[in-house]
Design a protein around this ligand. Structure first.
Ligand SMILES: Cc1ncc(COP(=O)(O)O)c(C=O)c1O
Length: 464
C-alpha cells in the first residue's frame, strides 16, 4: 500500500488509535479499512466501495446497519431521558418492561433479568452470581469455573480467562488460577480414529468428570459454554452432547452457564441456542442481538434458586455489591425493546430458518465443486466453511499458508466481509437478509473460493 499522506485519516489512525484484535505491526504497514456508513446488509468504506457485511459486524447487527425504527427508538428515548440508572432501588420505567419481556421469552422459567452493557460484563456477572449461589448454600469453596477449549466469552480478566483461545491468554498471564478448560466438542476434528459420535460424546463427558474428580467437586462453581461456539470456528456440538455433560455437572452440583451472546435472539434458527442444542442452563448471558448492537446493552437471566440465594445473602440488610453505571440505561432499553418488537413482527426464527437453509444449500453446492472445502457447518444464519488441503483426509493446510487470511483478503477485494477463524470462514449475516442478499453472498463466496483455490496449490507446492 502506498504511504498515506501524513494527516490523512489512515495515518492518524495508525498514530492515535489502538485497535482491538489487530496486529499492531501489520496495522502500521497496511493501515485501516475505514467504514463510513451502512445500508441494510451493506456497508461502504471511505472510498465509496460497497461490501456485503456477511458477519453482521461482530455477529451482532441482526437488523442490518440502518434500521429506521431503531434510530427512532433511540432518538425518542433521548428526548425523554438521556440517562438513568438501576442502583439503590431506582430504575427507568422502560427497564422494567425489558426485564419482563426477556423473562417471558427466555429459556429459563421464573427468571429475573440483570442488565449490563457488554457481553464480557454479562459473562463475568454470571460467575459472581455462581459464587454467591454456592457460598449462601454453605459451599464457599465452590469457586472454580470450567469452560472449553476454543470457546470465547469476552475480554475482561475473568471473561478472557474463560476463553479457550491462546491469543486471549498469551500476553496477559491468563487464565487466572481456578479457570479450567475441558475438551471442545468438535465433531469434525475431535473424534479419534474409529470413534463414532456417541463414543466421542461419552468420552467428552468422561473427561469432564475426570477433571471434576481430580480438582474436587467441592471446588467447582460453574461450567460455561456457548450453545454453538462462534469465535472458535462455529462448532456445533454433536447431538446428545449437552444432556451428557449436564448429567455430569448436575451430579456434582455445578451450575450450567449459557453464553447466548452470539446465539441468542434467533441466530441459530431458534430463539435461543439452548433450544437448538438441548442445553438447559441455570443462567444465560445475552448481548449483541438484544439491541442489534445499536446501543451497548447486555443482560443475564438467572433462575429462581439463584434469586433465592441472592435474597438470603442480603438478609442482614447488606446491599448487593455489584452494578454498572449504565446497567439498564433507558436508551439501550428502548432500542432493545424496539429490536425485540421487530424480531416478533418479522418472525425472526422462521425467517432465519428459511434464509439459513438457502445459504447452507448454496454453500453445500459450492463445496461439492471445490477441492478445498472440508466441511460446511452451522445452524440458522451462523455458518462456518472449513478450508483444508485435502477434504478426503481432512488434512489441514500448512498454517504458514494462511489460507483463511488469504480468503479474507480476496473476499474483501470482491466486496464481501467474512470472518476468518484459522482456516474456517465464518458467515453470520444480518438476520434481515432476504433471498437476493443470500444469493449475493453465495456468488461472492463462490468467486472468492475459486480465486483462493487457484492461488493455493502453487503456494502449497512452494511450502513443501
Ligand atoms: C460468545 C461471546 N461471549 C461474550 C462476548 C463478549 O462480548 P463483548 O465484546 O460485548 O464484551 C463475545 C464477543 O464477541 C462473544 O462472542
Amino acid at each position: 500500500m502506498p504511504t498515506p499522506p501524513p494527516n490523512s485519516a489512515e495515518a492518524r489512525d495508525v498514530l492515535f488509535h489502538l485497535h482491538s484484535q489487530t496486529n499492531a505491526q501489520a496495522h502500521a504497514e497496511r493501515g485501516p479499512l475505514i467504514m463510513e456508513r451502512g445500508e441494510g446488509i451493506h456497508v461502504f468504506d471511505s472510498h465509496g466501495r460497497k461490501y456485503v457485511e456477511a458477519m453482521a459486524g461482530l455477529w451482532c447487527t441482526s437488523l442490518g446497519f440502518s434500521h429506521a425504527r431503531l434510530k427512532r427508538a433511540a432518538a425518542e428515548a433521548y428526548d425523554r431521558f438521556g440517562f438513568y440508572h438501576t442502583f439503590n432501588h431506582k430504575t427507568p420505567a422502560a427497564t422494567i418492561d425489558l426485564a419482563e419481556r426477556l423473562v417471558a421469552m427466555g429459556p429459563i422459567p421464573e427468571a429475573q433479568a440483570y442488565f449490563a452493557t457488554s457481553g464480557s460484563e454479562a459473562t463475568e456477572t454470571m460467575v459472581k452470581l455462581a459464587w454467591v449461589y454456592h457460598a449462601v448454600r454453605g459451599k464457599p469453596t465452590k469457586r472454580k469455573v470450567i469452560s472449553r477449549d476454543r470457546g470465547f466469552h469476552g475480554s475482561t480478566i475473568v471473561a478472557a480467562s474463560m476463553c479457550g483461545l491462546p491469543r486471549m491468554h498469551r500476553e496477559f498471564g491468563l487464565p487466572l488460577p481456578g479457570f479450567l478448560h475441558t475438551l471442545c466438542p468438535d465433531p469434525y476434528r475431535g473424534p479419534q480414529p474409529g470413534e463414532d459420535i456417541s463414543a466421542f460424546v461419552a468420552r467428552l463427558a468422561d473427561s469432564l468428570e475426570a477433571m471434576i474428580l481430580e480438582e474436587g467437586a467441592d471446588t467447582i462453581a460453574a461450567f460455561i459454554a456457548e450453545p454453538i461456539n462462534a469465535g472458535g470456528g462455529i462448532i456445533v456440538p454433536p447431538a446428545g452432547y449437552f444432556p451428557a455433560i449436564e448429567a455430569v455437572l448436575r451430579r456434582h452440583d455445578i451450575l450450567v452457564l449459557g453464553d447466548e451472546v452470539v446465539c441468542g435472539f434467533g441466530r441459530t434458527g431458534e430463539m435461543w441456542g439452548a433450544t437448538t442444542t438441548g442445553m438447559t442452563p441455570d443462567m444465560i448471558a445475552m448481548a449483541k442481538g438484544i439491541s442489534s448492537s445499536y446501543f451497548p446493552i447486555s443482560a443475564v437471566l438467572l433462575s429462581k434458586p439463584i434469586q433465592d440465594a441472592l435474597a438470603r445473602m442480603n438478609e442482614g440488610g447488606e446491599i448487593f455489591g455489584h452494578g454498572f453505571t449504565n446497567s439498564g440505561h433507558p436508551v439501550g432499553v428502548a432500542v432493545a425493546l424496539e429490536t425485540l418488537a421487530v424480531y416478533r413482527e418479522m418472525d425472526v426464527v422462521a425467517h432465519t430458518q428459511r434464509m439459513g437453509a438457502r445459504l447452507r444449500a448454496g454453500l453445500d453446492a459450492i463445496a461439492a465443486r471445490s477441492g478445498i472445502v472440508g466441511q460446511v457447518r452451522g445452524a440458522g444464519l451462523m455458518i462456518g466453511v472449513e478450508l483444508v488441503a485435502d477434504p478426503a483426509t481432512k488434512t489441514a493446510f500448512d498454517p504458514a499458508l494462511k489460507a483463511g487470511a488469504r480468503f479474507d483478503a480476496a473476499a474483501l477485494a470482491n466486496g464481501l466481509v467474512i470472518r476468518p477463524m484459522g482456516d474456517t470462514i465464518g458467515l453470520c449475516p444480518p438476520l434481515i437478509i432476504d433471498e437476493a442478499g443470500i444469493d449475493e453472498i453465495l456468488s461472492l463466496f463462490d468467486r472468492t473460493l475459486a480465486e483462493v483455490e487457484r492461488d493455493l496449490p502453487k503456494s502449497r507446492l512452494a511450502a513443501e
